[in-house]
Design a protein around this ligand. Structure first.
Ligand code: GLP
Length: 257
């Protein structure tokens, strides 16, 4: 696991965009699994800036959405599908035929998950998954308990997660109670995993992810046992005195539980 502890949200967003742009320059046909949430918004803006400066070619990218609400159509502005459209696909000019949606409005949700996994396999696997961190340690919508083998599936959203998402809906009771999520298996199989964590409110869960027990109760902690992981956190989210150089490092043994 690589750690990059940076000064603030802006630096986090710029670094994440730089890493993804570098990867796409080397592999223009890369597959990227893309998240929603507040955390990655600065990253998407920074990536769009790099793209408009000609830093990389996005025309051959394949974009998979990480998760989606059940019962919400892709053209609903609150859907994660349209969120990804606005923040990533449109700014980078990625053609619709190169985007793979998780269809939360599908009549057969099990088939929708199967189609998604099949498309990921057909694309040659996942080159990079960008992740935010839920306050309960979820990745995508892999709500606890979720172990490393959890497949792409329908999940029940916890009351805590629904409360956090209420700001995007009229009222808390209109937040969908179920979602589809890219499974832990696919997330952990990605060649590169980029976890973005920003803000003081993420400090406790980041501590658990970095040093707590690796159990289904903290899905994010499985990243510690996985290869190709980079965590970018700003100092507000980082639970320890940050390394003096604020440089790239690996997690010191004494931070482990
Ligand atoms: C939602 C999304 C996650 C995201 C998490 C944290 O639950 N399904 O993919 O990582 O929120 O969001 P935020 O970045 O807004 O804190």
């Amino acid at each position: 696991m690589r750690l990059r502890i940076v000064d603030d949200y802006e630096a986090l967003s710029a670094l994440a965009a730089q890493l993804v742009a570098d990867l796409v320059r080397v592999k223009p046909e890369a597959t990227i699994v893309a998240p929603t949430g507040e955390t990655p918004q600065g990253f998407y803006a920074a990536l769009a800036r790099l793209h408009s400066q000609g830093a990389f070619d996005a025309s051959r990218l394949r974009v998979f959405q990480l998760d989606e609400y059940v019962g919400v159509a892709p053209n609903d502005p609150r859907s994660f599908s349209s969120w990804i459209q606005r923040t990533l696909l449109d700014p980078l000019g990625v053609d619709d035929t190169r985007a793979v949606r998780l269809r939360g409005d599908a009549a057969d949700l099990v088939a929708a998950c199967r189609d998604y996994d099949e498309a990921l396999r057909a694309a040659g696997g996942n080159d990079i998954v960008v992740l935010g961190l839920g306050r309960d340690g979820h990745l995508g919508f892999n709500e606890p308990p979720a172990d490393a083998t959890a497949p792409t599936r329908v999940v029940q959203l916890s009351a805590e997660t629904r409360a956090t998402l209420a700001r995007y809906w009229e009222r808390q009771d209109t937040v969908p109670s179920q979602a589809l999520t890219c499974g832990m298996t696919n997330i952990l199989a990605a060649r590169n995993k980029l976890l973005l964590v920003s803000g003081e409110h993420k400090r406790e869960i980041l501590r658990r992810v970095m040093t707590g027990p690796v159990t289904p109760e903290t899905p994010g902690a499985y990243l510690r046992e996985s290869a190709g992981v980079t965590v970018i956190a700003d100092v507000a989210a980082w639970p320890w005195p940050h390394p003096p150089s604020v440089a790239e490092t690996t997690i010191p043994p004494h931070w482990r539980a």
